[in-house]
Design a binder for this molecule. Structure first.
Ligand code: PLP
Length: 270
């Protein structure tokens, strides 16, 4: 998809819909067709015109692209289109998965199932591990021994992932992310909606974004000076992915600090 980010290994970089991050890594892997995000008509047009397509790779919410949350029904419609065309639906849940969106996996918001799903990031909570899950006919493509990597499936990383999954389950952190995310989103809306320069405030679980009308990368250093780690992506989008285990007080503190930073920044930059 345009605006997507799938990683920095060669094939995923080639699939990524952002020329800037691809620059300098050519030759890229050929064969990817790109569609605008959140646009089912564009996908249907590809289905009608390109018999070579075999799969759709998509983030349920675009993370690096700026926390772009598609319309309700997008993934469901995509599931249907994939079934009609015998395409695989491959979801990149590296940023959205493991409870961050308020459900274990973001596709659960739409009650569908992908054929393939990638996980990483929160899977190991700092211990490096990534996983590619497949079901049905997609699971038959790779057999044990077909493919591998030196550290693939190593017991240390796998037990870290198992401990993470157990912790998420024991702490019901999917529900916690949903509740805290909606509290934080509402608090940001209270403090920042309608402020000149704030274009949009959105979120799904603990994937939160405040979009400004101007580049705001310098906010990262300003926040860091206050001991707060934030991120700016797509130049104008403050992206907040707070830990799922923060307390209500810490969440309040983040909302307060970020809201003040944004207000001050917009005043100075006005
Ligand atoms: C959706 C998504 N896929 C993949 C990746 C990471 O891949 P890599 O570790 O290859 O950079 C990220 C990292 O931000 C991501 O957000």
């Amino acid at each position: 998809m345009q605006g997507s980010f799938h990683g920095r290994t060669l094939a995923t970089l080639s699939a990524t819909g952002n020329r800037k991050v691809q620059a300098g890594f050519e030759p890229l892997v050929k064969g990817f067709v790109r569609a605008p995000y959140n646009d089912m008509d564009a996908l249907r047009a590809i289905a009608a015109n390109d018999p070579n397509v075999i799969a759709v790779l998509v983030e349920p919410v675009q993370g690096e692209g700026g926390i772009n949350i598609p319309d309700t029904g997008y993934l469901r419609a995509m599931r249907e289109l994939c079934d009609q065309n015998d395409w695989l639906l491959m979801l990149d849940e590296i940023q959205t998965g493991m409870c961050r969106s308020g459900k274990w996996f973001a596709f659960q918001h739409e009650n569908i199932q992908p054929d393939v799903m990638t996980l990483a990031k929160a899977l190991g909570n700092g211990v490096p591990i990534g996983a590619c899950l497949a079901r049905g006919k997609a699971a038959e493509v790779l057999q044990p021994g077909t493919h591998g990597s030196t550290f693939g499936g190593n017991p240390l990383a796998c037990s870290a992932a198992q401990a993470v999954a157990q912790t998420l389950e024991d702490g019901k952190l999917d529900a916690r992310a949903a509740a805290l995310g909606s509290t934080m989103l509402n608090a940001f809306l209270d403090r920042l909606a309608g402020v000149d320069g704030v274009v949009n405030i959105r979120g799904l679980g603990l994937l939160l974004a405040i979009e400004l009308d101007r580049p705001c990368g310098e906010l990262v250093a300003q926040a860091l000076q206050q001991g707060l780690l934030i991120n700016v992506t797509a130049e104008r989008v403050i992206r907040l992915l707070p830990p799922l285990i923060i307390s209500d007080e810490q969440a309040d503190q983040i909302v307060g600090q970020v809201s003040s930073l944004v207000r001050d920044f917009l005043k100075v930059a006005a």
